[in-house]
Ligand binder design. Structure first.
Ligand code: DX5
Ligand code: ZN
Length: 220
């Protein structure tokens, strides 16, 4: 399945020291930089918006992996491209015309991702999986960092891996929420390609070492 990727989530960074935390990620062996955008409507929280994102992407040397937890994401696809996003992930639950949305993301030259809330069944992707570059399985309810991992995620990874194989798709599987050294190995062994980690990285004593630890665990 190739090498497994680690994506630290900025949501758990120290916002008063953003540049320092971005530099830490630049120097680490993380692969992607995960950026959560929340609108207070799709999820009961507001994170940061366009000006902050622009400031971040100016400094980061990693692939910019943007996770939109917003309603009507179609309105902002070209804006996020201009702001420096490499991957743009929208929520299945926020997109009544998902096929159209994914084509619009790809037309801007970004990788197109689809995120699923914990209750959203993998089988709903049956007719769209070949159009998706990455599926982000939410392993907590979206909106907040630091929540506990939902165990049913393993069943969803298995079902998604099976669907990808059956359809001959090239889709990557990304897991977001409650990821730590305790479940990282099991997640990749079950079929995950990319692990997002917020609190586990940024609230640890030595974030650089923690990223290295996750990278080692998932690629051994
Ligand atoms: C939650 C976000 C996550 C969050 C994960 O809605 O999508 O990316 O930052 O945080 P942890 O790793 O602390 O669960
Ligand atoms: Zn996220």
């Amino acid at each position: 399945m190739g090498s497994k990727l680690i994506a630290p989530s900025l949501l758990a960074a120290d916002f008063a020291n953003l540049q320092r935390d971005i530099e830490m990620v630049n120097q680490s062996n993380a692969d992607w930089f995960h950026i959560d955008v929340m609108d207070g409507v799709f999820v009961p929280n507001i994170s940061y918006g366009m000006p902050v994102l622009q400031a971040i992407t100016k400094h980061t040397k990693k692939t910019v992996d943007v996770h939109l937890m917003i309603v009507e994401p179609d309105k902002y696809i070209s804006t996020f491209k201009k702001l420096g996003a490499n991957n743009l992930t929208v929520h299945y639950e926020a997109c009544p015309h998902l096929h159209r949305t994914l084509q619009a993301i790809k037309a801007e030259g970004m990788k197109a991702g689809v995120a699923l809330n914990p209750h959203t069944n993998i089988s709903l992707l049956e007719d769209i999986i070949n159009d998706i570059d990455l599926v982000l399985i939410m392993s907590v309810n979206p909106g907040f960092g630091g929540q506990s991992f939902i165990e049913n995620t393993y069943n969803k990874i298995k079902a998604l891996r099976e669907l990808i194989i059956r359809k001959g798709a090239k889709t990557l599987i990304e897991i977001d929420g409650g990821v730590s050294a305790a479940n990282a190995k099991m997640l990749v062994d079950t079929g995950a390609d990319i692990l997002v980690a917020g609190s586990f990285v940024f609230k640890s004593e030595h974030p650089l070492e923690t990223i290295k630890e996750l990278k080692t665990i998932t690629n051994s």
